[in-house]
Design a protein around this ligand. Structure first.
Ligand SMILES: Nc1nc2c(ncn2[C@@H]2O[C@H](COP(=O)(O)OP(=O)(O)OP(=O)(O)O)[C@@H](O)[C@H]2O)c(=O)[nH]1
Ligand SMILES: [Mg+2]
Length: 341
């Protein structure tokens, strides 16, 4: 899964990328970051496994290049299109040494600017396709669907707002529309000078965007300290946990992702699935053979397991469950799949 970091010039994209990845190198723009999870640490202390594997998320510092008219260059569009979700960094800090492309701090104006570019790109793509369908005399389902999407954009709404049924989703998935991607608003402030967040927060609520407040530059620096030292700073600036923890948590909730675990003496591993996934889909994440030959899933909640301390105890207490193919896996469950190939 890749999250593309976008935003206007000098908004703090690279600073955020560096804070998340702990990489400071101008030649790197994609980094894999391990998803912090205390439950994995607790499970590992019980199993003492040879290997501990956390889930990973990829971040990309999308280099935003503009055409003379201010629109995104095709290279930029391509990079945004490749991302599964977008994090839009908005500048909410003053810094006389760093020019803002519009000369003043106004996060609502900036997000609207970015939205316009995303919407316009989608609109052009849709119009081109509709033209083509019309030329070929095709006035069927696709044409209708694209026309309703066009209307949505013309009303100034992102395509993510449209509720599509499964077949419409399938029909349009190949376009990878930019305004259809889940979007997280990142409000980048300065720890020394607070600029009110009210306008941008109410805009996010109106738009139904998830948002997160960060102190990009400051948090990049404290990320280099050891964890005890970091915690003192979290209190000072009034944040709960590191920028990595908070950011990834928001991404998971924006993308409706949850984790399940597989455990043993060889490996304790966290897996990522979409909320609502059923047992056979979770099994398929591990290996297609396990999904194919699926018999049953042994399932137990992580907390329940930690309380009992062993599978043996759980079984004695009658707490280990056996679930079928269609069981909806919940966040934090430990699963063991029985299968037959
Ligand atoms: N005061 C202050 N400066 C910041 C903050 N975040 C970033 N900066 C500074 O703003 C400048 C731009 O930050 P970058 O992270 O390079 O911004 P960018 O969006 O990657 O910029 P481009 O890639 O050129 O579009 C740098 O000099 C940062 O040190 C902040 O929270 N407070
Ligand atoms: Mg940059």
């Amino acid at each position: 899964m890749q999250i593309g970091i976008i935003g206007l010039g000098q908004s703090g994209k690279t600073t955020l990328f560096e804070a998340l990845s702990n990489i400071e190198s101008s030649s790197v723009s994609i980094a894999s970051v391990r998803v912090p999870d205390v439950r994995v640490a607790k499970l590992s202390s019980i199993f003492n496994p040879k290997k501990i594997t956390l889930a990973q998320v990829e971040f990309r510092d999308v280099g935003i290049s503009l055409e003379q008219d201010g629109s995104f260059e095709s290279k930029t569009i391509q990079q945004i299109r490749e991302s599964d979700a977008l994090a839009v960094v908005l500048r909410n800090f003053k810094n006389d040494m760093v020019a803002h492309p519009y000369g003043s701090i106004d996060a609502v104006r900036d997000i609207k600017e970015i939205e316009d570019e995303l919407f316009l790109t989608d609109l052009l793509q849709i119009e081109n396709r509709i033209d083509r369908l019309n030329r070929e005399g095709k006035s069927g389902r696709e044409n209708e669907l694209l026309s309703s999407m066009k209307e949505c954009l013309e009303q100034g709404k992102p395509l993510s707002r449209m509720k599509l049924d499964n077949s419409s989703e399938k029909m349009t998935a190949g376009f990878r529309f930019l305004s259809k991607k889940p979007l997280l608003v990142v409000i980048n402030s300065d720890e020394n000078e607070e600029i009110s967040l009210d306008p941008i927060v109410s805009y996010c609520k109106e738009r139904d965007y998830k948002y997160i407040k960060i102190y990009g530059k400051f948090e990049r620096e404290i990320g280099k300290l050891n964890i005890e030292e970091q915690e003192d700073f979290f209190k000072d600036i009034g944040v709960q946990g590191s920028v990595v923890d908070r950011f990834i948590y928001k991404c998971y909730s924006m993308l409706n992702l949850i984790s399940f675990f597989t455990v043993g003496e060889d490996e304790v591993k966290a897996w990522t699935i979409e909320q609502g996934s059923i047992a056979v889909e979770a099994a398929g994440k591990i290996h297609s053979d396990i999904a194919k030959g699926f018999i049953r899933a042994e399932v137990v909640g992580c907390d329940e397991f930690l309380k009992a301390g062993s599978f043996k105890k759980l079984k004695e207490n009658g707490k280990a469950r056996l679930e079928g193919k269609n069981y909806v896996v919940c966040d934090g469950e430990i699963t063991h799949f029985r299968f037959n190939v």
